[in-house]
Write a protein that binds this ligand. Structure first.
Ligand code: GDP
Ligand code: MG
Length: 383
């Protein structure tokens, strides 16, 4: 099919960046990959401590973070914190950074030897979308099941062994913000035999033929620059990228990509829309084997109040009861404290009248000051 040597399940390179004599350059490069906010940077900081370098990928606004850590056996590892993304189907140059690093298409960044896929355990299905794409690239991978505290709080039970079995890679449960699971992760990273996942999205025979034809055309034109073993995936990512001009392809190669895309558009106008559902179906199978959703939903106090107060009928009834209650309070029950206020001021006026002889000053005190203050204070209960 492709010109480059290709095999369905290649043996992963383990120590591509090693130097003779061991000491100087890091032995393996690990890349932290995941959705935004799943805890990549927290893990990166836990793993590397102060040994970090921060910069930018040329031409884009994406931050580039690199650091180092040591394995359990004292080997130096390079760690890169890759930009967060929801998918490898890039629609912007920023998103393309992640995909291109993983496909080995960036001259400025070494292709990682091992992928550390970080997922938010409380949102496993959505997070596995990107992870499943990374798994298919054929890199040795460790899955970091982060935020297990949030998942447990929400009542999800994740069977770590089941997940390991379904994906065929080590799975490490973590609470990165508390440093829980980091030692286990370092142990897993120190293994010399980190496996490649057997995860694969199954397409129908007809679609397989279509992808193979498209891949062959692109491979012949030389547009596939990547790792060789996963030509079909690279072809799909190239075709789904709406602006492949930043790839560094020649004019002829770009024209070929455009041509194959147009052919697909005429042959199967919905070709792009079939990709995500097929992937979600495969992910669902993995989740069915490893995730137990909350057994019994325990509504919180807020949930229970909302059920009544936001109900289409009981909500209005509650509003009516509150309004009637409030007006009754104003017009009936407020009379009682109003009577107390008036009574107090009448009593005070009597006292002043008893103590002072008639005159303008007594009138000022009784009819002016006391009456005025009482006239205002009497409305307090209603207010
Ligand atoms: P990134 O976008 O993937 O780099 O995510 P960050 O490392 O910036 O983490 C996002 C937020 O999640 C931060 O506020 C972290 O403190 C928090 N966080 C990271 N790991 C965990 C975890 O295991 N449990 C909980 N509850 N929060 C976490
Ligand atoms: Mg980050």
């Amino acid at each position: 099919m492709a010109e480059k040597p290709s095999s369905p399940n290649p043996e992963p390179p383990i120590a591509t960046t090693a130097t003779p004599g061991g000491g100087k350059a890091p032995k393996k490069t690990f890349a932290l990959i995941g959705n935004p906010n799943c805890g990549k940077t927290t893990l990166f900081n836990s793993l590397t401590g102060m040994r970090q370098k921060v910069g930018n990928y040329p031409g884009v606004t994406v931050e580039r973070k690199e650091g180092e850590c040591f394995s359990q056996h004292g080997e130096r590892f390079r760690i890169i914190d890759l930009p967060g993304s929801y998918s490898l189907n890039a629609h912007s140059p920023d998103e393309a950074v992640l995909r291109d690093v993983l496909l080995g298409r960036r001259a400025d960044t070494v292709r990682p030897d091992v992928a550390l896929c970080v997922v938010d355990a409380s949102n496993l299905e959505r997070n596995l979308f990107l992870t499943s794409q990374v798994l298919e690239l054929g890199l040795p991978t460790i899955l970091v099941l982060n935020m297990v505290d949030v998942a447990e709080e929400r009542g999800f039970k994740i069977d770590v062994d089941g997940l390991e079995e379904a994906l065929g890679i080590p799975v490490i449960a973590c609470r990165a913000h508390q440093g829980v699971g980091i030692t286990e992760l370092k142990l897993a990273m120190s293994r010399s035999d980190i496996p490649v996942s057997k995860f694969e999205v199954q397409y129908t025979e007809a679609w397989n033929r279509i992808w193979d034809q498209a891949t062959e055309k692109l491979a012949k034109s030389g547009a596939l620059h990547g790792v060789g073993s996963r030509d079909r995936l690279e072809a799909i990512y190239l075709l789904t990228d709406h602006d492949p001009s930043h790839y560094g392809l020649s004019k002829e190669e770009l024209a070929k990509v455009k041509e194959v895309r147009e052919e697909l558009d005429t042959q199967k106008p919905q070709w792009e829309e079939t990709l995500a559902p097929a992937r979600y179906e495969a992910i669902q199978k993995v989740c069915d084997l490893s995730v137990r959703p909350p057994e019994e939903y325990q509504p919180s106090l807020t949930d229970r109040l909302d059920a009544v107060l936001l109900h289409w009928l009981w909500g209005w009834v509650t509003l009516a009861v509150i309004m009637v209650g409030m007006f009754s309070l104003i017009f009936s029950y407020a009379d009682i404290p109003m009577g107390w206020i008036e009574g107090t001021f009448a009593w005070l006026a009597d006292r002043v009248r008893g103590m002072m002889g008639p005159g303008e000053f007594r009138d000022l005190l009784i009819d002016g000051a006391l009456e005025g203050v009482s006239g205002v204070l009497v409305f307090l209960p209603q207010i």
